[in-house]
Design a protein around this ligand. Sequence first.
Ligand SMILES: C[S@@+](CC[C@H](N)C(=O)[O-])C[C@H]1O[C@@H](n2cnc3c(N)ncnc32)[C@H](O)[C@@H]1O
Length: 204
Amino acid sequence: MSDFWNQKYQRNDYFYGEQPNDFLRSQIFRLQPGARILVVGDGEGRNGVWLAKQGFNVTTVDFSSVACAKAEELAARAGVPLDVHCADLHVWDWSVNHFDAVVSVYLHFMPEDRVKLHSKMQKALIEGGWLIIELFHPLQLNYQSGGPKAPEMLLTIDELESDFHGLQWQLLMEGKALLTEGPGHAGPAHVTHGAARKPISPQS
Ligand SMILES: C[S@@+](CC[C@H](N)C(=O)[O-])C[C@H]1O[C@@H](n2cnc3c(N)ncnc32)[C@H](O)[C@@H]1O
């Protein structure tokens, strides 16, 4: 599967552009300066590098070696540190109770894998930590602006809420969007996104 992504990223430009995802950009007001952020499936690094430029302490994971090299190059060009892990999230050594935020942008899996990985994302958060996530909605099948073609890989807000049932959603929406994210995501789209907080237990 990483071969599929390596081929997509084997080009001179950045397939999803060099600018961050709009929803991510709109949500970082929730985070404290210097927050430790895990960006899963960060691809060529547009989101991780932008977060590092905002002064956050960023770890990114992607299993495409081509993407990781391009993420490192983007970070070097921006002059910011970026801790890039070129690894498969299914076997990566996930930290538990460690990150102030987990960011997942257009990272799609078949349901069984998705539920497992979403659980790992939730466990990786500290109490009070934030999940910021955007995915394609099943209605994205009506559009040509990117995303998987398998309907089981697309998500409604109900599925997202169910996967992260331990979190408190502060924002959870599905609807139309206009994507201008490089050649990879261009045009009208239908997305599901949200920001949710891990509750702080009463004794802490
Ligand atoms: C649609 S791209 C999105 C990239 C990036 N989040 C962005 O918005 O620019 C999905 C990314 O997830 C990565 N990915 C998919 N499955 C993965 C896995 N099991 N482990 C690590 N990365 C994975 C792919 O290599 C690809 O870069």
